[in-house]
Design a binder for this molecule. Sequence first.
Ligand SMILES: NC(=O)c1ccc[n+]([C@@H]2O[C@H](COP(=O)([O-])OP(=O)(O)OC[C@H]3O[C@@H](n4cnc5c(N)ncnc54)[C@H](OP(=O)(O)O)[C@@H]3O)[C@@H](O)[C@H]2O)c1
Length: 230
Amino acid sequence: MKKILITGANRGLGLGFAKKCLKKNVHVLATVRDIKGSKELLALKERFPDNLEIFELDLLKKKAGYTLANFLGDRPIDILINNAGVGSTNQHFEAVTPKPWLEVLKVNLIAPLMVTQSIIDNVKKGVDKKIYFLSSQLGSIADNNSGGMYIYRSSKTGLNQVIKSLSVDLKPQGITVVALHPGWVKTDMGGPNAPVSIDESIDGMMQVIYKTDISDTGRFLNHKGKELPW
Ligand SMILES: NC(=O)c1ccc[n+]([C@@H]2O[C@H](COP(=O)([O-])OP(=O)(O)OC[C@H]3O[C@@H](n4cnc5c(N)ncnc54)[C@H](OP(=O)(O)O)[C@@H]3O)[C@@H](O)[C@H]2O)c1
């Protein structure tokens, strides 16, 4: 059975990925910051007791990657989805300050690579050998015609560069690395005015995940499989 690890799986897109994968008979390793508070995921655990494992992981904790690697041991992971991320407020030119900026960079830019570094041996042992990162079109420099959003944009632009390097470094080992933009999605982060539903975004991204392989490594794709400019 295929094994997929999803970070930030208690709500939003992470929870959407978990639900869809469980319905497709995929074994899900879901990481969350607070197991007790993850009510929807715990309800899923009752429905899929054998196929869902939940692990507590706060990406801001120093040893996050290390504890995750210990939990996994030598188990293979077929697909890793680095999904967890945060937005920010007060991030226009006059308002932006270093402290909240650094917090966002830790979660959106540094932690995804640290997690990947810690469990890369598990991915190498998997059959699929695929890693996806939830980036954002807002991280695209080529697409930035509206300015602002210094904190969130720079965190995802940095992540894009990390993804690109990783795709080059891991290609000889047959590991696929892809940046995904989920669309502007109705989640806590996307807000109620977002035009894309969680279902639509997840259906699209799952198609992209199943269709992409090593020949696609280093690409930046949206939930419709469309190539985005870096
Ligand atoms: N929604 C959109 O329109 C959109 C567009 C482009 C890209 N994205 C990207 O897609 C991903 C998912 O977004 P979403 O819309 O589902 O966001 P969301 O609904 O706000 O969910 C964010 C998830 O990340 C987790 N998280 C935040 N900080 C964390 C930390 N320090 N350690 C571990 N987990 C942490 C949250 O856990 P808690 O519940 O514990 O906070 C939650 O599970 C993000 O990377 C986001 O940047 C979203």
